[in-house]
Design a protein around this ligand. Structure first.
Ligand SMILES: [Fe+2]
Ligand SMILES: [Fe+2]
Length: 199
């Protein structure tokens, strides 16, 4: 295939991989929140790592990259699915609010506030529902539309943009902070959702 087609597939690969990682982390968070409500001791370092990943990677890197490299060029090229793009952008704009409610619920859990376990699970459930619906619309409506209408130049910009989300931040490492964090979360999350601290 031609170079632009490869570029498009690579760019789409980044978006889909980010969705898969975010879905895995949200799933782990739901699993852990349910265990806490059933009387399990909250693993605060692990929960803290998950909330950090979601607030810093999903909310501050992933969604802005979609706004810039998918939604903006789509708006410039078509009116198709405009209502869906409008709704997704509004959801992106509520990033800080979502991150804050998750962090606040986690802090209340850490402080042992009575009823904080139940509140935490409610916030996590809402967060998870939001993500399934949001990512489903992006995957089923927006990515296929982008495949149809974006230009080679749009895909080149998108590939660069999404790739920069994965740039190593440490000179002596090949992975970036969030990839390392993602692997740590999967490693530490109890089985069967994670690896339970085993190799
Ligand atoms: Fe998004
Ligand atoms: Fe997304």
């Amino acid at each position: 295939m031609t170079q632009p087609d490869t570029t498009r597939h690579k760019a789409l690969g980044y978006v889909r991989d980010e969705h898969r990682s975010m879905a895995a982390v949200v799933h782990a968070l739901e699993f852990l929140a349910k265990r806490v409500v059933k009387g399990g001791t909250p693993d605060m370092p692990l929960l803290g790592a998950i909330v950090h990943y979601l607030t810093q990677f999903s909310e501050r890197l992933h969604h802005p990259a979609e706004d810039r490299y998918l939604f903006a060029p789509l708006r410039a090229k078509t009116r198709e699915s405009r209502d869906v793009i409008d709704a997704l952008e509004i959801e992106h704009q509520a990033s800080e609010e979502r991150a804050a409610s998750l962090s606040t619920a986690l802090n209340r859990l850490a402080a042992g506030v009575p009823g904080a376990d139940r509140e935490f699970l409610d916030i996590v459930d809402r967060y998870a529902q939001f993500y399934w619906s949001h990512m489903m619309r992006e995957e089923t409506l927006i990515l296929p539309l982008a495949e149809r209408v974006l230009s080679d130049a749009d895909w080149e910009a998108a590939l660069e943009g999404f790739r920069s989300n994965h740039d190593p931040m440490y000179a002596n490492d090949t992975a970036n902070e969030f990839e390392v964090l993602f692997r740590r979360i999967v490693h530490l999350t109890p089985e069967p959702v994670g690896m339970g601290g085993k190799h």
